[in-house]
Design a binder for this molecule. Structure first.
Ligand SMILES: Cc1ncc(COP(=O)(O)O)c(C=O)c1O
Length: 480
């Protein structure tokens, strides 16, 4: 295995580009020019720092950044290596900087915090927490807590989650989504994010490669890259992830897994077509990769036609299904679950036990009570009705206010809509111009360089929706 030549032309006089950033740039340049290749080993940080004459802290900072970006990965006690995904991305002609990115709330594209406070902060799809059955929940929580405390039941519990709660979740999965799981094929976690972290660290290994939707969910990307997993982007179009593009990738590289959001793709909201689902399933069988399905909007399909998860079409060894209560209930109540083969679930549970012996057993039992009493079902039914009306409202308003200036297709459900803005401007400029109007809105850049915004309409009232769209019209008019 070749070792990285640390010869780096640092400009010690350049105060504008910090030394660690110069090292990162140098690494990226060496990768894109082919001097550094996938699997090449980097020197230990102490040695590296001594060779180029900077402090070890500077080199450590650079490597941390490269790890987060997924450019390199580390192997326990063996060192750091150039990531296969990174080499593939650059040699495939897509520069690292062309990766789809999101301008996060309160920041510009460079991550600087915007100064002015926004009048309206548009989220990327929160539920309306004003509607949640909090009274029923707090009653159940109090009752269970008192009972457990009185009967001294607040000891350690199962790391996979409260057994009866798992039984209820398995029943729901079967009844609502045709996913067949037993209690040892399901683990309760604090939310989808924890599920992604556990998958990245306990199921996958550094050096594995995960294909991601582009544009896609940034927090999933971060969970994978942070664990030393390589990532490759696969474009998304109106039918979901581009399966032909993925097939091409599979010819050239070993894809270990693919992370997808088929129900309402994040951020574009498109629902993956049946043809794409079948092709993904076939490719998974042919090339042996696992499908990680994040079904975050599971209960919010508004059409009469029931929409089943992709996992329901797969054999157990081929998928990992992730569900969350963040959209049904509230993101602040940290609760989700993951279902897969018993072997995978065991790995996830064992790893979870290392950091958090188990979750909040009172919360799990309270949620179980809401499921069994029918309160949760009633709440979801009411929420679907309200969100469906709001979705109809925002769709009409988009047509009325923005008309043909934008690309809009009404999604079949979910708590957000997507408005494509083409190549009128770049994400940072659009975000800044909206901020100047007092509105903070998530803007994304697509694979082809066009941009779009994701509006979490479900937690907004009609007045706010109209105000945001009017501001967008005025910004778009100024661009033409
Ligand atoms: C794509 C996606 N998955 C999952 C979630 C939910 O994450 P969690 O369950 O950790 O709250 C979100 C929340 O915004 C999301 O956008």
């Amino acid at each position: 295995m070749k070792k990285y030549t640390t010869k780096t032309d640092l400009n010690l006089e350049n105060k504008e580009v910090p030394l660690y950033a110069q090292i990162v740039e140098d690494m990226l340049a060496k990768i894109s020019s082919g001097i550094l290749k996938a699997g090449d080993m980097l020197p230990p940080t102490r040695e590296w720092a001594a060779e180029i004459g900077v402090s070890r802290k500077t080199v450590v900072r650079a490597t941390e950044l490269l790890l987060v970006k997924g450019v390199i990965y580390s192997k326990e006690r063996r060192g750091m290596y150039v990531s296969p995904a990174c080499a593939l991305t650059t040699s495939g002609g897509q520069a690292q900087s062309s990766r789809p990115m999101q301008v996060k709330r309160g920041q510009d594209a460079d991550g600087n915090v915007s100064p002015a406070k926004a009048r309206i902060v548009v989220n990327d799809g929160f539920p309306d927490t004003r509607m949640q059955p909090f009274r029923e929940y707090s009653r159940a929580y109090r009752k269970i807590f008192n009972r457990m405390a009185q009967w001294r039941q607040l000891g350690y519990d199962d790391s996979a989650g409260v057994f009866k709660f798992r039984t209820a979740l398995c029943n729901n999965l079967w009844k609502l989504f045709s996913i067949n799981a037993t209690e040892d094929e399901l683990a309760v976690v604090r939310g989808s994010q924890m599920a992604l972290f556990l998958i990245a660290n306990a199921v996958l290994s550094p050096g594995d490669v995960v294909a991601l939707e582009s544009p896609g969910y940034g927090s999933a990307r971060e969970a994978f890259t942070h664990a030393g997993i390589g990532v490759v982007d696969v474009p998304v179009d109106r039918h979901g992830i581009d399966a032909d593009y993925l097939e091409q990738l599979c010819h050239d590289t070993n894809i270990t897994a693919i992370y997808v959001t088929p129900r309402f793709q994040y951020p574009t909201t498109v629902t993956m077509s049946m043809a794409r689902r079948q092709k993904l399933r076939d490719l998974s069988l042919k090339y042996g990769f696992i499908i990680i399905e994040d079904d975050f909007g599971a209960n919010f399909t508004f059409s009469e036609h029931k929409l089943m998860p992709l996992s329901s079409m797969m054999s157990k060894s081929r998928y990992i299904y992730i569900g969350t209560f963040s959209k049904i209930f509230a993101p602040g109540i940290r609760l989700g679950y993951v279902s897969a083969s018993a072997e995978i679930i065991r790995k996830i549970v064992d790893f979870r036990a290392l950091i958090d012996i188990h979750g909040d057993t009172v919360l799990e039992r309270a949620m179980l009570e809401l499921l069994e009493s029918g309160d949760m079902k009633r709440h979801i039914r009411g929420a679907v009705k309200t969100y469906k009306e709001r979705m109809a409202f925002i769709s009409t308003e988009i047509r009325r206010i923005l008309g043909d200036d934008v690309d809009y297709a009404k999604p079949v459900g979910g708590l957000a809509v997507w408005i494509g803005l083409g190549k009128k401007t770049d994400a940072n400029t659009f975000h800044t111009l909206m901020r100047a109007k007092g509105i903070d809105i998530p803007v994304f850049t697509l694979h082809d360089g066009s941009i779009g915004v994701r509006i979490g309409y479900a937690s907004m009232d009609n007045g706010e929706i109209t105000e945001v769209l009017n501001a967008m019209r005025s910004v778009i008019a100024g661009l033409q």
